[in-house]
Design a protein around this ligand. Structure first.
Ligand code: FAD
Length: 260
């Protein structure tokens, strides 16, 4: 790992100033960035640690939405009474990310900015039709995820919070890859202000919506409505863990379980 500066701003304005340095990167939980640096895949000149910024930590219910600060850890989301009461599927998702250490360091904002194609949070953000708030704008879920490790974030843009509309129904199912605990396939289903949505992670080149499953659930919100539903395998990944066909078969099964 090469040498770098380390900054610990205490407010967003100071973090953005520090981020202005050439090749500076935000550091949240470090659960994705530090392994990348150790592997030589990233070599920032400075790390701007946002873990001490109180304004990025909060979790509250505002109108019909749960608003979660970008630096809230997975453990904080999983144990939040507000999240458990308003969107239990989101608390469940956060509580099953990685292991205890990952959950106590990793953050919502870091997970979304990193946008690993098998990450859990992107499925909840897309499935619930959430809005990503940054230091300069609000980005709807459908416009945020652009592909493998790619998002709509611009250079130097900082996620401050995410607002999740409270749904009537929502559910999450993850078929985990037991070594990494990432999703071999994960499916988030929701019926709420953003309509009926089914978001799939781990299957392909980034999180996506499963339109046939959405159409069936829009007519009949029940597990039975998904009987016989299919997802094309040609848009999914094959790797040493599972074939594209296996992933395709999992998606409707997990969606039906998530509907309950
Ligand atoms: P960091 O590693 O600190 O940063 C990641 C990237 O996001 C960096 O580019 C950074 O500059 C940028 N960034 C951070 N915060 C912001 C912000 N507020 N605004 C803009 N950019 C920002 N994830 C899952 O979803 N499911 C799993 O099951 C899972 N299992 C894991 C198992 C292991 C062993 C490990 C090590 C990780 C696992 N993860 C899993 C990933 C984990 O959830 C990470 O927490 C997450 O990917 C990154 O969050 P972080 O806060 O650690 O971000």
């Amino acid at each position: 790992m090469q040498a770098f500066d380390y900054q610990t701003p205490t407010c967003v304005a100071d973090a953005l100033r520090a981020l202005g340095a050439e090749d500076a990167r935000l550091l949240a939980g470090g659960q994705s960035l530090l392994p990348s640096m150790k592997l030589g895949l990233a070599a920032p000149s400075a790390l701007v640690d946002i873990g001490g910024i109180a304004e990025l930590q909060g979790i509250c219910v505002d109108g019909g939405s749960v608003v979660i600060g970008a630096a809230a850890t997975h453990a904080a989301v999983a144990s939040s009474a507000e999240v458990q009461r308003s969107i239990p599927a989101l608390a469940d998702l956060a509580g099953r990310i990685g292991d205890r250490q990952v959950r106590h360091r990793g953050t919502l904002g870091g997970s979304l900015a990193h946008n690993d194609p098998a990450a859990c949070y992107p499925a909840a953000v897309l499935g619930l039709g959430a809005t990503v708030h940054t230091d300069r704008r609000k980005i709807g879920a459908d416009d945020f995820f652009l592909g493998v490790y790619t998002t709509a974030l611009e250079e130097g843009e900082l996620i401050t919070a995410v607002s999740f509309p409270v749904p009537e129904h929502a559910g999450w199912q993850k078929f985990k890859q037991p070594a990494s605990r990432f999703a071999l396939v994960g499916v988030f289903v929701a019926k709420g202000p953003a309509g009926v949505r089914v978001a799939v992670t781990g299957g392909g080149g980034g999180v996506f919506r499963a339109s046939e499953l959405e159409a069936r659930l829009a007519l009949d919100w029940s597990a039975a409505a998904l009987a016989g539903a299919t997802v094309p395998a040609d848009m999914l990944n094959s790797d040493l863990h599972a074939s594209a066909e296996y992933r395709a078969a999992l998606i409707p099964v997990l969606a039906a379980r998530a509907v309950g």
